[in-house]
Ligand binder design. Structure first.
Ligand code: FAD
Length: 423
């Protein structure tokens, strides 16, 4: 049977390794950490995944935590009135929630990756605990039919050339600060169901709040994305998790008091429940060339790393793994040559390009027609629902979001349909 090496045991690497294993491939998975180290380590993401990405996991029967993880049925947007925080806590200018057609879920990657890794080994997969270097890959590319590099944003990305035409940003666009907490109350607007809440503070940044399933059960995540150099960019060098949480809450009290109101009794889930950092969104060329001439194929974040402002990276990793798995299966016994590698990436990019375009657009100050759309969603429920479901299928934003004419035509059609229905 064909031998495949997967380097990096995150969302994409594990999904691919387990998928290939279930089809009888001889898979070696290389991870720089053991399952126990991952489980007892620091949180890595907020990892909210929407229906299409979750379905890829269900297709492989890897949805081990589906019944325990909170079902996220909505996606809400609140916008602080610009400058309203100058004299005291900010006021809300916009607040609505859209309903998702299929629910989303967040399973702490510490739980999921550790569990999947153990499953891979129990099913007879060869798990190697080793931080792979380029020299290792050079050696292994001669003994495996295919080497897939799914090592996320780690050092191995240096093997893959940055694709400047697809990467408009050179620098990080947000400073990230995550805290996992117990004790958060529900949003009073919809206590009967869970939603991802996106709170936009114009010119300052964003706060995302969402439920998750972590090592200690149900929890919620408070996730600040701050414009670099601005008032939210204050987490650098903060080592003490308690200090990280109190900074998070102080900022919430000032910029998103409506979220702070339900956070007054929170405590951190565990000592590893905080994370801060930043990275530049980058698309890379998919094929890495080794010193000896061998080729490796980059997977998910290695080749397309978007800012988490739209919560897409794990979704994309799942979609990438599904696309690559299909390409590998369809290819049969033919060699995994350069043309196949490029075509395999293009299959993924057909989806990923929409994610990159939308995410990069959301990082920039919104033009007037996008402000109009977000504002109109407060009065027109179909607009709110469509925006929410765009997180599952970002290609839909092409239809109404980017161009002012399309946005106006869409809003007019929804408003007209509403008026017609009411007449
Ligand atoms: C703060 C934050 C919030 C986020 N929120 C969301 C969200 O809500 N929704 C969403 O969809 N996405 C979100 N993302 C993005 C998402 O977490 C990533 O895009 C996703 O995990 C990428 O999957 P991956 O398989 O490419 O890489 P990863 O999940 O990063 O996995 C890579 C693995 O490779 C290992 N590795 C690295 N180097 C080596 C090496 N040399 N040898 C062996 N192993 C190695 C790493 O330790 C890691 O285990 C968020 C990201 C961040 C930072």
């Amino acid at each position: 049977m064909r031998k495949i090496l997967v380097v990096g045991a995150g969302q994409s690497g594990l999904q691919l390794a387990l998928g290939l294993q279930s089809h009888g491939y001889e898979v070696t998975l290389m991870s720089n950490r053991t399952a126990d180290e991952i489980r007892s380590g620091r949180v890595m993401s907020t990892q909210c995944m929407f229906d299409t990405a979750l379905q890829h996991e269900r297709d492989l029967q890897l949805n081990f935590w589906e019944s325990q993880a909170p079902k996220i049925e909505g996606l809400g947007v609140s916008v602080a009135a610009p400058g309203s925080w100058a004299e005291g806590p900010a006021a809300r200018a916009i607040d609505w929630v859209g309903r998702l057609d299929g629910y989303a879920q967040s399973v702490d990657q510490r739980v999921k990756m550790a569990g999947w890794m153990e499953t891979f080994a129990q099913r007879g997969g060869q798990l190697v605990i080793h931080g792979a270097a380029v020299s290792d890959l050079d050696y292994f590319s001669r003994t495996y039919d295919l080497v897939l590099v799914s090592a996320g944003k780690g050092e191995l990305v240096s093997m893959f050339e940055r694709d400047a035409a697809k990467s408009p940003y050179n620098e990080p666009q947000r400073a990230l600060a995550v805290a996992y907490v117990h004790g958060l109350g529900p949003r009073p607007e919809h206590p009967e169901y869970d939603a991802v809440r996106c709170n936009l503070v114009p010119g300052v940044g964003e706060l995302f709040v969402m439920p998750t399933f972590t090592t200690s059960g149900r929890a919620d995540i408070l996730f600040w994305e701050g414009i670099p150099g601005g008032p939210l960019d204050v987490f650098k060098g903060v080592k003490d998790p308690a200090e990280h949480l109190s900074l998070t809450l102080e900022l919430m009290e000032r910029y998103t008091p409506w979220e702070y109101a339900r956070a007054t009794k929170v405590e951190l889930t565990d000592a590893g429940g905080t994370l801060s950092g930043r990275y530049a969104p980058t698309v890379r060329k998919p094929i890495g060339r080794l010193p000896s001439g061998g080729l490796v194929l980059g997977v998910a974040d290695v080749v397309v790393a978007n800012d988490p402002i739209t919560g897409q990276g794990s979704n994309s990793a799942s979609k990438c793994a599904a696309a690559y798995l299909a390409s590998i299966l369809e290819h049969g016994d033919r060699p995994f040559d350069e043309a196949w590698m490029q075509a395999t990436f293009e299959r993924y990019w057909a989806t990923a390009q929409h994610v990159t375009k939308w995410t990069n657009a959301m990082l920039a100050p919104p033009p007037e027609h996008i402000l109009n759309l977000i504002g109109a969603a407060g009065q027109l429920q179909p607009v709110a629902d469509r925006f929410a479901n765009g997180f599952d299928n970002p290609a839909d934003f092409e239809e109404y979001f980017y161009e002012p004419e399309k946005a106006e035509a869409y809003l007019a059609s929804v408003a007209g349909a509403g008026a017609g229905a009411g007449a």
